[in-house]
Design a protein around this ligand. Structure first.
Ligand SMILES: C[S@@+](CC[C@H](N)C(=O)[O-])C[C@H]1O[C@@H](n2cnc3c(N)ncnc32)[C@H](O)[C@@H]1O
Length: 276
């Protein structure tokens, strides 16, 4: 008898994904009531415009490597909710944390564009963005990835072993603040930093990167989830703790005279920062 492994289905976690889900509901509701043809056509067009974006981006972006595709599939197959349901850990890990093809390819392109030789990642999960960026590093390039969870660290390392670029990656398993302070003590600097760990610590990560010169002189910082499902611009009563943390981070960065930045509407929001 074959065992059927039921994979968990991903819920929408980007402003676009949530918008499309809402539009889908509206299309279905509109089919059950008598409305003018013009209104029903407008609703359908709005839905098609939104729902078509992500698949079109996928179709027109270079395919991910075999190692990245395998890592994404392994992450999708993992029963995250049952693995962590009885856990004492407060950190709930889920497949939606994985950045994926378009964001991975974007980060990889940034690494190529600036000729990065050293990359720091704060928040690795199963290692998708880690490996995507490592693929753009030269042979002697290095990547340090911070991750607090031992289980996902082992998960990621087993995937890195299957890539020719895996040997460029070192994983530091500890709270990120501890790791980055240690790296600063050692006088390390990085050409590219990707922040994607605890949203409530984002301001602290940024301060340490700038104040303690972990960012190389002409380096760039990419920060994930800076649109946090739309929460920073939706009415404040819809904000979770993470939404509030991101709203505060976005305000903090716009008021810091040392840097300039752009918030790109890529996936759940990606902010690119450089020192002036
Ligand atoms: C959104 S996921 C990272 C996704 C990954 N960058 C990717 O693109 O697939 C966030 C990760 O940060 C880790 N994390 C959360 N708080 C942390 C902390 N204080 N120190 C280090 N890692 C942390 C979580 O365990 C989780 O694996």
């Amino acid at each position: 008898m074959t065992t059927v492994v039921k994979t968990e289905s991903a819920r929408p976690v980007t402003p676009l994904g949530i918008l499309v889900e809402q539009l889908e509901k509206i299309v279905k509701m509109a089919e059950t009531v008598e409305i003018p043809l013009e209104l029903s056509d407008a609703i359908k067009t709005a839905y098609q415009l939104g729902a078509g974006i992500d698949p079109y981006l996928e179709e027109n972006t270079t395919q991910e490597s075999t190692a990245l595709a395998a890592l994404a599939e392994k992450t999708r197959q993992e029963p995250w909710s049952s693995r962590f349901s009885n856990s004492e850990t407060v950190r709930q890990l889920e497949q939606e944390m994985l950045s994926g093809h378009i964001e991975g390819q974007t980060l990889k392109m940034f690494a190529y564009m600036i000729g990065a030789k050293s990359i720091l990642e704060i928040g690795m999960f199963t290692g998708y963005s880690t490996l995507a960026m490592a693929e753009a590093l030269p042979e002697d390039g290095r990547m340090i990835a911070c991750e607090v969870d031992q289980y996902v660290s082992n998960f990621a390392k087993s995937c890195f072993e299957r890539s020719p670029h895996g040997s460029k990656i070192s994983v530091e398993v500890a709270p990120a603040l501890e790791t980055i302070n240690k790296l600063a003590d050692a006088g390390e600097t990085f050409d590219l930093v990707f922040i994607d760990a605890d949203k409530k610590e984002y301001i602290e990560y940024l301060k340490i990167l700038l104040d303690r010169n972990l960012l190389a002189e002409n380096g760039f910082i990419c920060v994930d989830n800076t649109l946090l499902q739309g929460q920073p611009y939706l009415p404040p009563e819809k904000r979770t703790l993470n939404g509030e943390a991101i709203a505060q981070f976005n305000r903090f960065i716009t008021e810091d005279p040392r840097v300039e930045q752009v918030l790109l509407p890529l996936r759940d929001g990606l902010t690119i920062i450089r020192r002036k």
